[in-house]
Design a protein around this ligand. Structure first.
Ligand code: G
Ligand code: G
Ligand code: NA
Ligand code: MN
Length: 253
């Protein structure tokens, strides 16, 4: 209850901000995108992790306003970068199941128009657990989003309960392998097998595949060999401020 009322205040008082974590093309070593991650600087309690407040926000429904703020802020940031002459790159925002309603495609369209951003530079990360509520209407909403040329990624892949048969029905572009499968590569043979299998399956289904939580050179070597397309993790960068992200753009990893 305390968290709920202080989250409402936080929205009004602009205590939320976004950090950006680079996504790197595994072949070129170039940054090709960034995931926007929400942060809450509470005036007394300091930095509160989204792992702590997102679940509460989901229960109370406040997540709708928070995620709307995230979309708006990420688009405004993209516009600012665009206006300052920075070559565009993909910005990914996380979307929760609760937000996945009939109004989402139009809200996205309006945000892109308002900030004059080409849809190909926006990516939505949806968690696999969302597909549990998978109905024809969820697929229809996804199709309206991809019809706009916005990119859809399936986040935390491998941890949810979704059946593999969903994979061919959902109009997604990218599979994001959950970091729990990456953590113990290359020592854990089961994790190696699972990561390789997800990469192979993604390719067969003509999806791109990204590994999150990449922290070591050994993990990277394994993922290169397995044919993974993109990587994200502390090996490259922690989530950073917009200014720090721009400073990383020219880097060759
Ligand atoms: O960045 P960090 O590892 O602290 O994030 C913890 C969790 O919070 C992750 O599961 C992440 O997906 C989630 N999260 C971070 N930012 C957002 C956001 O803007 N919206 C939603 N719905 N979840 C987010
Ligand atoms: O659920 P989601 O995949 O959106 O979670 C993203 C979270 O993962 C972010 O909060 C980010 O801080 C965290 N994260 C990003 N890279 C790494 C990493 O290399 N190792 C670990 N342990 N966490 C990471
Ligand atoms: Na994510
Ligand atoms: Mn994830």
């Amino acid at each position: 209850l305390y968290l709920e009322s202080s989250m409402r205040k936080a929205l009004e008082n602009q205590e939320f901000y976004l950090q950006y974590q680079p996504k790197v093309d595994i072949q070129s070593g170039k940054i090709i995108g960034a995931e926007a991650l929400l942060r809450w600087q509470h005036p007394e309690k300091g930095l509160i992790s989204p792992a702590e407040f997102i679940p509460v926000a989901e229960e109370t429904g406040l997540i709708l306003q928070i995620d709307a703020w995230v979309l708006e802020t990420a688009c405004a940031q993209a516009k600012e970068w665009q206006d300052s002459g920075i070559a565009p790159f993909r910005i990914a925002v996380n979307v929760t199941a609760r937000e996945f309603t009939n109004s989402l495609p139009m809200r996205i369209k309006e945000a892109l128009q308002r900030y004059q951003i080409s849809p190909q530079w926006l990516e939505l990360e949806i968690t696999e657990s969302m597909l549990m509520h998978s109905t024809q209407s969820v697929i229809a909403i996804m199709e309206q989003i991809t019809a706009q040329n916005v990119i859809l990624a399936l986040d935390d892949f491998g941890t949810g309960y979704s059946s593999l048969s969903y994979l061919k029905r959902f109009p997604i572009d990218t599979l994001k392998i959950d970091r729990s499968f990456i953590l113990n590569i290359p020592t854990d043979q089961n994790d190696c097998a699972i990561a390789s299998a997800i990469i192979m399956m993604a390719k067969q289904l003509k999806h791109k595949v990204i590994a999150e939580g990449v922290e070591t050179r050994e993990q990277l070597a394994f993922l290169i060999n397995a044919g993974c397309d993109e990587v994200q993790g502390y090996l490259y960068s922690r989530p950073v401020s917009p200014q720090q992200l721009i400073a990383l753009l020219d880097k060759n990893f």
